[in-house]
Write a protein that binds this ligand. Structure first.
Ligand SMILES: C[S@@+](CC[C@H](N)C(=O)[O-])C[C@H]1O[C@@H](n2cnc3c(N)ncnc32)[C@H](O)[C@@H]1O
Length: 213
């Protein structure tokens, strides 16, 4: 697994072509819609997207929670954020806040109704992932959902066929093909996982329980 600096440099380089290259990784709008639906957003919600990248989920998020809601997007790649900024400006959305920071160390100055890691969890180094999840989880309101869209090679029923192909694809990027959010999030509560594309990508959802009395 690449180091954080190498990962960020790679995303900086690829940023202008991220959208064009996405279909190569089977990333598609339907998958994004299903992921945002799993967040059960309501009008006015405050959403955090960790590893927001070039902002490919922003339209779906803004459509789901409306002008009275807000999106905070955190990413370490200035190049990816520059692409996200263009998208926000085109849409004229004043309720999107983009922050250039490491998700493992960022200080959030507000609470959120829902948290999304979309294809970003596996893009973070293994030692960064737990801290990135903890920071977001601390700021998630009780009853809110933490949703991860990511690969599931470790779990797919099509493993003998899918795994070698997926590994080759993932090698083109900096991601960890063996990431397993189902196990990683288990200490937070019950994790529900739904395949969103042929057992290649899964949406993992965990709901934050109310504080214990
Ligand atoms: C595959 S892209 C996903 C972008 C977007 N969420 C999407 O669904 O298209 C992964 C993103 O995670 C970001 N990332 C990796 N490590 C990070 C970290 N430690 N903190 C914040 N962002 C990080 C990368 O810069 C990159 O933009």
């Amino acid at each position: 697994m690449a180091r954080q600096e190498a990962i960020t440099a790679q995303y900086d380089r690829v940023a202008p072509w991220y959208r064009t290259l996405s279909p190569l990784f089977l990333i598609n709008p339907l998958m994004r819609r299903k992921t945002v639906a799993a967040m059960s957003l309501r009008a006015g919600d405050a959403v955090l997207e960790v590893g927001v990248g070039s902002g490919r989920n922003l339209s779906y998020l803004l459509d789901a929670m409306g002008a009275s809601g807000s999106v905070t997007g955190v990413d370490l790649s200035a190049g990816m954020l520059a692409e996200a900024r263009k998208l926000v400006d085109r849409r004229g959305a004043a309720n999107v806040h983009l922050i250039e920071a490491n998700a493992a160390t960022v200080e959030y100055n507000r609470d959120f109704d829902a948290v999304l890691f979309s294809l970003s969890y596996s893009a973070m180094p293994a030692d960064v992932r737990p801290a990135a999840v903890d920071r977001a989880w601390d700021r998630l309101r009780p009853g809110g959902r933490l949703v991860i869209l990511d690969g599931g090679i470790a779990r797919t029923r099509l493993r003998p066929i899918i795994a070698p192909i997926a590994r080759q694809l993932v090698k083109l990027g900096p991601g960890d093909p063996d990431v397993n959010p189902l196990d990683d999030l288990a200490h937070l509560g019950e994790v529900v996982s739904e395949p969103v594309l042929l057992d290649v990508y899964f949406v993992y959802t965990v709901v934050k329980p109310p504080p214990s009395a």
